[in-house]
Design a protein around this ligand. Sequence first.
Ligand SMILES: *[C@@H]1O[C@H](CO)[C@@H](O)[C@H](O)[C@H]1NC(C)=O
Ligand SMILES: *[C@@H]1O[C@H](CO)[C@@H](O)[C@H](O)[C@H]1NC(C)=O
Ligand SMILES: *[C@@H]1O[C@H](CO)[C@@H](O)[C@H](O)[C@H]1NC(C)=O
Ligand SMILES: *[C@@H]1O[C@H](CO)[C@@H](O)[C@H](O)[C@H]1NC(C)=O
Length: 475
Amino acid sequence: MAWLWPLALSVLFSDVIVNASDKLCFGYEENCSDSQLFYPQGTCDNLAVGWAQSLESQNEMFYEFGDFGYVKKRIKEITNICQPVEDKDNGFLECTDHMRFCRGNNIYMDFRGLAKQTHPLRYTMDVLGPGDVGARCQVDDAKLRRISDHISPLQSWGPELRHFQRLENYTCDLTIETPIILMKIDAAVSYYHHFCDFLNLYISLHVNQTIGETKDAQVIIWETYPYSSMFSSAFLPFTDKPVWTLRKIMNKRICFKNVMFPLLPRMIYGLYYNTPLVPHCHASGLFKGFSDFIRNGLGLPSFEPADKIRVTLLSRRTQFRRILNEEEILRDLKENPSLSVKKVSFDREVPFLEQLKIIGNTDILIGMHGSGLTHLLFLPDWAVVFELYNCEDEGCYFDLARLRGIKYVTWKDKEKLFPQDEGKHPSTGKPHAKFTNYSFDVSEVYSIVDEAADWVMRHPSYGRKYSHLQKKDEL
Ligand SMILES: *[C@@H]1O[C@H](CO)[C@@H](O)[C@H](O)[C@H]1NC(C)=O
Ligand SMILES: *[C@@H]1O[C@H](CO)[C@@H](O)[C@H](O)[C@H]1NC(C)=O
Ligand SMILES: *[C@@H]1O[C@H](CO)[C@@H](O)[C@H](O)[C@H]1NC(C)=O
Ligand SMILES: *[C@@H]1O[C@H](CO)[C@@H](O)[C@H](O)[C@H]1NC(C)=O
């Protein structure tokens, strides 16, 4: 099952021409050699002093914390929590360290308590209590106690599964045969945070070694709020069933034939939120794989260069971090004959799929610090993201761009940056760079974009694609 053939994988990969006889793999499978890898491993350019002793160990570190090595590590951790021992036993549960990922069979859960709640639930840890969860199998109680050590809503399944116990005779009001994916999600309103959910779902399907195999699974979000998000179409590559929440099953005792508890968005040293990333390393195959999976799963075409360098400026319609001299900047950039410049404002009016189409046809993405920059995940490999000003949050999009393997630039010269005022944090009242608007020196913007354009044109994948296109035209 771990081996995958190109034909079955057409939805997973774009831009890959493979010999049909080659077995391709991601790197975590048994006997997967470098020459069979779909995605090359990320690389480190310079030694990060204080992080690693050698470039080699630094590469390994990046592989393990930000690339398919992360999947490999989780697979190694999988350990039995509950196993069948008697003839009639049919239950099963296994998990990785700290119960960050689990899967099981014939698992019983009692949700009747939820119906008594007067308020909708989200980020709560008491959906399941003692007696509410278990299976007909032998629980390793010591191990269960040991690995349910991260009791925090979005870090682990510990809060739910710590109550797991052997059940002898139980009644199911409903038995669900369909494979289930239970998900505890972060903020579905935020592009940055919600994609951390989708990335972890993608990684989990790799850990489960069933990525791209089926879209049959039913997702159930571990909340009783209705699920709604402008990014909800990102579920389509994963499942062809509409997403449920606990509301759907809350007055019942459910038996899950086949259930997966995926990795979570706020795990300690998880991906990608708030995790320190080893410096000077970039281009994680895992992130490239995720980007392809989402784009291909949504039916987006593979990246093609155009005859000009396409610049897209993200215009914010928010209270803070507006670009005050946006029009002046755009006018100036449009004077550069090698650029094709466009301003977009991605609000609820622009469906997410439309946004991704524009982003897939962008070579340089310009925007202020903000969730919209998460679009960098879906830019072409040769693209540059220009975070106009990072508002002193230096790592966030820089690290995401490194993981995705695209070039990142940002504003350096504070003398040429003009905040409207010093900004005021809405809750603390203290000065804060994120809570004001900015003007930018126009010629500085121009020269940074010009350099970025150079970078795009020199990028090997841009050149290769382009010459390939020209050849095709000649034929
Ligand atoms: C991996 O290779 C070893 C030695 O060639 C072989 O015994 C084993 O069956 C292989 N495993 C898989 C999953 O192909
Ligand atoms: C379970 O049911 C069987 C058969 O009905 C019965 O013999 C047994 O005592 C029950 N066990 C428990 C723990 O209730
Ligand atoms: C996870 O893997 C198991 C096999 O080990 C499979 O039965 C199950 O359907 C998979 N779950 C998903 C959501 O792919
Ligand atoms: C930033 O600009 C917007 C739109 O012009 C305005 O509503 C807001 O008050 C400005 N913020 C600050 C801190 O001046």
